[in-house]
Design a protein around this ligand. Structure first.
Ligand code: GLY
Length: 599
């Protein structure tokens, strides 16, 4: 069974059970600034788990793209991935344990679905603690379905409790389904949840019935929810009898590309196998992050830093198998070709993905060899002096001068049986930040300074500028901030390079063309989904189904925005760009003014 077949079987099954198929959401969570990436389907659904009405109903199913980098150092083994797809079915205050478990059992064992022998299934349920009682109800349901008691395990919170997406929010006990692979147990204590490989976790049903509050307490939710999760890559590999996710059709084109580029065979040695897996995994994740609707570029902050780490780690492993500069392009193209059917955004943003990858690869190529030589020297000295920890000062120099993420330095140290003085690194980092801050600009506040006529005119001009930048530079251009006073507009946007004088002239001319056309500005109220369907640009996080204002400037631009705007572009006069400069990595800044129309 291919991954695609698994997905359509699953979604078809739950649609038959009255679930609406909804689309997965962005890899960047919109409702929760405390997490960098969507790690599970629940992120986008938190408001509905808490009781808000979902426009698609109370039974949903979907495939969600997820990034989990907590185990990034384990990538290279047969099963770990930083990007994966997750199948899920959801009850928002609709059915609860009885139906959820019954349907899980049916999908796993029915001949028309996964047709697993019930005898291979092992189950875990929550054993209870001071916050919540043992989940006897799930235990009984499984028993009624014919799973013998000895194959149902009561396990503690560490195994059978699903926490909130961020620090607070919906959470609850879960029941997990394992397949006994038939491999020998690692010892007498081996049980489902043990990672020796005997038991494979195929699915979990989380019963979201509590809300975790900021003070750490748990209160029962007004509605009982179900949130289940089945990892696509791992389940497909298991169903195909493959011992590694990298041996499935999902990775075949990427592995073939790596073999062609390196002249090495996947599996020829443990080192080659590991390098292939790390590169395949990391660049697959990087492609999905770069292809996401929320524009992320490699940087030293937040999601951008994770992206940078992924790409740089791939570059280092590429060196190990002799891959030359530019390898990321061919690998990324294989990823896009494999996934574009289900994720057309990857093709739509293909040029941007390749450009960013190439730029980051090139940037790191320049300093990697020199940085590695410095690190080797430092490690040699450490060993000579019988020391075991690299100083924070050296780790910081590697970070600051050679672009080595500290985790990367740590990994290399670990390969030599050494560590990094983390505290020393943090101190050196903080010192550096303090120095930078002293010279930095005032904190960017964003938005409009006032509602004066002059500010309003510049606000409308900002919409024209945004659209013109996209028209001239490409659809990757996205607003990253705007600050408008009565005197001037300042607009930050994503673009990897300095604009050429010719590009600036073209942008300016396009804005002025719209002003000359005397286009009317109209406003409509609709839901965010309707706005997106109508082709409107939406810059800020809005909840699903929420009403938004959409401002259209003739047929030229359409943006979700709060206003205010002028009635007609003829009121704007003449648009002039004063300055274009870098704002931060991958972000450019334009300052512009409106002048009286030239004679
Ligand atoms: N059902 C929760 C998860 O696996 O993400």
């Amino acid at each position: 069974m291919t991954a695609d077949e698994l997905k359509s079987l699953y979604l078809g099954f739950f649609q038959q059970k009255g679930h609406a198929l909804i689309s997965g959401s962005s890899l960047i969570p919109q409702n929760d600034p405390t997490v960098l990436f969507t790690t599970a389907g629940m992120h986008a659904l938190v408001p509905y788990l808490l009781g808000e009405h979902h426009p698609a109903g109370t039974r949903l199913c979907n495939v969600q793209k997820c990034i989990r980098t907590g185990d990034i150092d384990s990538v290279g083994d047969p099963g770990h991935l930083t990007f994966f797809e997750m199948l899920g079915n959801w009850s928002l205050g609709d059915y609860f344990k009885e139906e959820a478990i019954q349907w899980s059992f049916e999908f796993l064992t029915n001949k028309s679905y996964l047709a697993l022998d019930p005898a291979v299934l092992h189950i875990t349920v929550f054993q209870g603690d001071e916050f919540s009682s043992p989940d006897r109800e799930s235990f009984e349901i499984w028993r009624k379905l014919g799973i013998p008691e000895k194959r149902i395990f009561f396990l503690p919170r560490a195994d059978n409790w699903w926490g909130p997406a961020g620090q607070t929010g919906p959470c609850g006990p879960d029941t997990e389904m394992f397949v006994d692979t038939g491999r020998a147990a690692c010892g007498a204590a081996c049980r489902p949840g043990c990672n020796c490989g005997k038991f494979f976790e195929i699915w979990n049903d989380v019963f979201m019935q509590y809300n975790k509050l900021p003070d750490g307490s748990y209160v029962p939710l007004s509605q009982h929810n179900v949130d289940t999760g089945m990892g696509v890559e791992r389940t497909a590999a298991m169903l195909q009898g493959k011992s590694s996710v990298y041996d499935t059709e999902l990775f075949a084109p990427i592995i073939t590309t790596l073999a062609k580029l390196s002249g090495k065979a996947f599996g020829e040695s443990a080192e080659v196998t590991r390098a292939f897996r790390v590169i395949a995994d990391h660049l697959r994740s990087a492609v999905f992050i770069l292809g996401d609707e929320q524009w992320v570029a490699p940087s030293n902050l937040g999601q951008g830093y994770v992206l940078r780490r992924l790409i740089r780690r791939a570059v280092r492993h590429a060196k190990k198998i002799g891959l030359g500069p530019g390898f990321s392009k061919a690998v990324a193209e294989s990823v896009v070709a494999t996934y574009t059917k289900n994720y057309p955004e990857l093709s739509a943003r293909g040029a941007h993905i390749l450009r960013e990858l190439a730029a980051e690869e090139e940037k790191f190529e320049k300093t990697l060899a020199q940085g590695l030589a410095e690190l080797d020297k430092a490690l040699e000295q450490l060993k000579q002096h019988g020391q075991t920890a690299l100083t924070g000062r050296v780790a910081f120099r590697l970070y600051d001068t050679f672009g080595f993420p500290v985790e990367f330095t740590e990994e290399i140290c670990r390969e030599h049986g050494l560590t990094v003085d983390q505290e020393g690194f943090a101190k050196a980092f903080a010192r550096h930040q303090e120095v930078s801050r002293q010279g930095a600009d005032k904190v960017f506040k964003g938005g409009l300074a006032d509602n004066s006529a002059a500010t309003t005119r510049l606000h409308t001009a900002t919409h024209l500028l945004h659209k013109s930048l996209q028209a001239v530079l490409g659809p990757h251009v996205q607003q990253k901030g705007s600050n408008i006073t009565a005197e001037r507009l300042r607009f930050d946007f994503t673009h990897p390079a300095k604009l050429t004088p010719e590009e600036l002239l073209r942008v300016e001319a396009l804005v002025n063309d719209q002003i000359q056309k005397a286009l009317p500005i109209t406003m409509q109220v609709m839901t965010l989904e309707e706005a997106k369907a109508a082709g409107a640009t939406a810059l800020f996080a809005t909840r699903y189904g929420e009403q938004v204002k959409v401002f259209s400037v003739g047929d030229f631009s359409k943006e979700v925005c709060g206003g205010p705007h002028v009635a007609n572009t003829a009121e704007l006069g003449h648009f002039k760009i004063l300055k274009e400069e870098a704002s931060s990595a991958g972000i450019r800044r334009i300052r512009a003014v409106l002048m009286e129309k030239p004679a």
